[in-house]
Structures are given as C-alpha cells and as structure tokens.
Design a protein around this ligand. Structure first.
Ligand code: MN
Length: 332
C-alpha cells in the first residue's frame, strides 16, 4: 500500500445524500477538520454518482471534492456526472442552442434537483462541472480496480492509449455524444454498463418511475446462457423472459470479468437489501441510499478475496426526523 496506508474505504453512489455521507464517514472513523474529512491511516475512494435526486447535492459534492483535492480520497466518474457534463456543454460547431445532451423532458428530469440546488450558486456549479471533467473513468491502484459500472479490459486499454490516467477532456466528451464512436463506447460501457434491449413492445415500469426498454446486465457470469443468467437490477423481467436464450450477438456484446482478476469495486446498480458480494472479487456498493436504502462502504485492506463482513453502511430511514440532519455536520 502506498505511503504506509492501511487501506481504502470505497463508497457507493451518494446521489445527493450529503448528510448521510457525513454520518458514514463518521462511522468509518473519519474526522472533519477545516472542512475536510480525514483518517490517520486510510483514504476513501468514491465510486461516482455524487449528484442528482437527493436532498443535499452541494454538500455531497463539497465533501468529496475537498477530500480529493486534499489527497484524502480518490473518485471515478459516474454516469450522472457524465450526464451533467454533456448537458452543460454545447455541441461544437452548432450556433446557439444545441447541447451535447439534449435538454429533453427525460434529461431535464434527471438533473432537475441538481440544477435547483445550485440555482443560487452558479459559480459553485461551474467549478463543480470543471472538477467533474477532471475525474478519471477508472482507477487501478495498490492491487484494486474501480469503475462506476463495468470493467471492460479492451475498452480500458483503448482509453489508456490516449488518456493514460483515465481522464477525458472536452474533445472526448464531444465525440462521446455520437453513438458508435470509440469515445461513446468507452464512456457508455464504463459508466453505464451493458443493457440488453427488450423485445419489441415490451417495457419495464421501473421502481424509480422511469419506463425502460432494456435491462441491465452484469459481467461476471462465465458462460451465460439465458437473460436470467446476466440480469442485475431490482426490477424483474416480465413474463418468462428470464428463460430466454442469449443470442450470439448479445453474448458477444457482453463483457466478462473472471474470478482470477484483481478485486473490483463498482456502484451504479441500485441494489436493495443487505449488502452481499456477487463474486469473490467483485463488490457493488450502490444500495439505493437515495431511495431510503443504505449508503454502503467497503473497508478494503489489501485482501484479494473480498469478505462481506467488511461492508459498513448507514441506513436512510423514510421518516424525515430520523435521517441525518445537515446541521449535525459542522462544515463551513
Ligand atoms: Mn447511480
């Protein structure tokens, strides 16, 4: 471990649960001094998706950003940071009103709370966006790997070729807005993972209020045969689609991460219930904090086989008065 570190505490999707993040850091033994949470022997790695949906988005971003800038934490980019960047950058060459991410009703809705909470703090929002662009898409350090949604080795290598530290730039962001480009495939796979389209006319009415025409697939089944072998999301497939055979095209489109690979940490998949390990070398730390689930960390101290006893979490109760309150954190 670099610099005599004891280990890393990896933290899943915060989604604006800034006060809950403060509680989790307290529980992990971090202490806030001068507005920065620090631990004498450990560092945090955030798995991305700090923003959108939750009640204290600015607090979540401020806590994470100050820790990263002070060298107390690392972070990888989530699809919500990608969305915010594309939503806020004009498409090159187009006069006026074209954005890299169209301001459609659906896209407006995803970023709504973030824009509302930053409305009276435009300078702070500009600085947050500039910081988002500086966040790498993946991390590989001290024997562990971190990515928001899916580790795809060939695409990580493609990214590394032009961007050795995993950080993108505005040109990459612009290229990624065009489906089919290499930049699109890298950003989409690493921050959104793989989604298999549903048959014509079939939709999932998801628990988060969105209608979906595809399902999220995972990447740790060695020889998956059916859709049920790879689905990884809280919503079940309609009817008997779990038994549907994966087509050769679908199978070749999926990524695969084998059990001999280094430990990998991901967020993104809004799991529910008690944190569990999907594989001995993979931990997903998104347990739907913003939907009154759990904000989850994994305390990693160098082990190559992960251990479910190393999860640490804070529950987010539905009752307003039982939730962590922002004034309990002496921040500014
Ligand atoms: Mn997320």
């Amino acid at each position: 471990m670099q610099g005599g570190l004891e280990g890393y505490d990896l933290i899943g999707d915060v989604h604006g649960c800034g006060a809950t993040l403060g509680s989790l850091l307290d529980r992990l033994g971090y202490h806030q001094r001068g507005g920065v949470y620090r631990h004498p022997r450990r560092k945090v790695i955030f798995l991305g998706d700090l923003i959108d949906r939750g009640p204290r988005i600015r607090l979540a971003v401020t806590i994470a950003r100050r820790m990263v800038e002070e060298g107390e934490a690392h972070i990888v980019m989530g699809n919500h940071e990608v969305n915010a960047l594309a939503y806020s950058h004009r498409a090159p060459g187009s006069p006026g009103y074209e954005w890299l991410r169209e301001h459609s009703l659906r896209h407006n809705r995803i970023i709504k709370e973030t824009l509302e909470q930053y409305r009276d703090h435009p300078q702070e929002w500009e600085e947050a966006l500039a910081w988002f662009l500086d966040i790498p898409l993946y991390l590989e350090l001290d024997g562990l790997r971190v990515v928001h949604a899916c580790w795809d080795q060939p695409l990580v290598e493609e990214l590394r070729r032009e961007h050795p530290d995993g950080r993108i730039d505005e040109a990459f962001l612009a290229a990624s807005a065009v489906p089919g480009t290499l930049a699109f495939r890298i950003l989409d796979r690493l921050t959104r993972g793989t989604h298999v389209p549903l048959p014509e006319g079939v939709e999932i009415q998801s628990g988060d209020g969105f209608t979906r025409r595809s399902f999220r697939a995972h990447f740790w089944a060695r020889e998956p045969q059916t859709w049920g072998d790879v689905i990884f999301q809280p919503d079940n497939l309609p009817g008997d689609l779990e038994n549907r055979e994966l087509s050769p095209e679908e199978r070749s489109y999926l990524s695969y991460y084998g059990p001999e690979q280094p430990p990998l940490f991901i967020g993104h998949y809004w799991c529910e219930g008690i944190p569990a390990l999907p594989a001995a070398n993979i931990a997903c730390l998104d347990y739907s904090a913003v939907k009154f689930g759990r904000l989850v960390a994994y305390r990693w101290s160098g082990e190559s086989r992960l251990d479910a006893d190393h999860f640490v979490w804070v529950r987010v109760p539905r009752e307003e008065q039982a939730r962590p309150q922002p004034w309990e954190i002496d921040f500014d």
